[in-house]
Ligand binder design. Sequence first.
Ligand SMILES: Nc1nc2c(c(=O)[nH]1)N[C@H]1C(S)=C(S)[C@@H](COP(=O)(O)OP(=O)(O)OC[C@H]3O[C@@H](n4cnc5c(N)ncnc54)[C@H](O)[C@@H]3O)O[C@H]1N2
Ligand code: MOO
Ligand SMILES: [Mg+2]
Length: 417
Amino acid sequence: MEMRKPIAVSEAIQRVIDRVQPLGSEKIALAEAYGRILAEPIIAKHDVPPFDKSPYDGFAIRSEDSLGASGENRIAFTVIDHIGAGQLAKRSLAKSEAIRIMTGAPIPDNADAVVMLEQTVETETGFTLRKPFIANENISAQGEDAKKGEELIQSGTFIHPGTIALLATFGYAEVIVAKKPIVGILSTGTELLDVQEELVPGKIRNSNGPMIAAQLARMGLDSKSYGMLADDLDACTATVKQALRETDVLITTGGVSVGDFDYLPAIYERLGADVLFNKVAMRPGSVTTVALADKQFLFGLSGNPSACFTGFELFARPVLLKMMESEKVYLPYAKAVLGEDFKKANPFTRFIRAIYESTPAGATVRPAGFNKSGAVSSIARGNAIIVLPGGTRGYETGTEVDVLLLCMEEGDATWVL
Ligand SMILES: Nc1nc2c(c(=O)[nH]1)N[C@H]1C(S)=C(S)[C@@H](COP(=O)(O)OP(=O)(O)OC[C@H]3O[C@@H](n4cnc5c(N)ncnc54)[C@H](O)[C@@H]3O)O[C@H]1N2
Ligand code: MOO
Ligand SMILES: [Mg+2]
């Protein structure tokens, strides 16, 4: 039997990241762009706002006409026009004239200040003022938000609702985004039953396949399921070959260790694939294997659910994001204080499914329960992963630890209540 040599997690990540080839880009409608990755920078096509505008409902005046106004010396203005947002003033101002103007309307030609409605007292022909205004007071200046030609968002950025707003501002009816990889999922294991099947002795339901599909969905990626296969070298090889013709990346689960029915190593050999590593100094997921068949990635994730989950987040996720030339391929990171003792020592880096909570007193994190490699309950309870460097010691309550954040879609009432 071959002895596998474990490599450090950072080395393993580096090895996969170094081999990623970008997938290229495509043009899509703005309405389809949420959740994609920009393959072009957003450059301001014009100033924002594109004209000086009123930030208030009130009156546009020439500031010089308000000079000397006070409670004892109210200055009167005559209103000569009336505009709302989307309308242009038909006249310009002469001395002591004003134009009634609403929020968002363009500042009339020679006006240079806006008086809020609340700052005026109405008269027959207009209003009076009790304070002087200075030039540019209450004016949203053209270009104050963005200047024409400025690079506002760089290529490789995730498109979120704010990005969509900016794209719409500049009239991007279509956007150039990274192509999405087509990702295949194959669950291997003679013991596997489909979700709707009844349990029978010795068998378990396939939870890894649906879990990986959801991990991809959380990234905005679709998947192509190759279902479940019994541990059979020829059948598995045939399906892996088919998947390689039909997908950009194939994720398998199970069969990567050293058991008699663990056939993935033999499949990589048959394919002549370049195995980047097959042992990582991490728990769970030490047997995670990544290979390249020509230029296609084969992620051989462990069958153990917690190991499978962790292997996806640590290796597949950044590779898929880098294929889309994302600028941020790694999981969000935070520091938090351990909320309970974690006594178990291990020479390998540990990735512990955990519950992260941001409290008014600071962030805390604690293991999400039963945490062996085969655990499924803690993946469900967890919203984060604690990273504990390898070593011989355990960790005590109150120690500050590294945390990788998942479930960014979940809310928190702390701030509101
Ligand atoms: N002698 C050794 N034995 C094992 C080693 C080792 O180094 N030497 N490594 C252990 C570690 S660590 C892990 S992790 C597992 C990895 O096993 P495989 O990746 O080969 O996966 P399988 O053997 O196929 O299954 C492991 C476990 O997971 C269950 N499983 C498999 N597929 C699914 C699925 N789709 N959904 C839910 N659960 C699944 C399977 O029934 C097994 O219980 O090997 C250790 N052994
Ligand atoms: O690969 Mo195993 O999950 O380290 O326990
Ligand atoms: Mg095995």
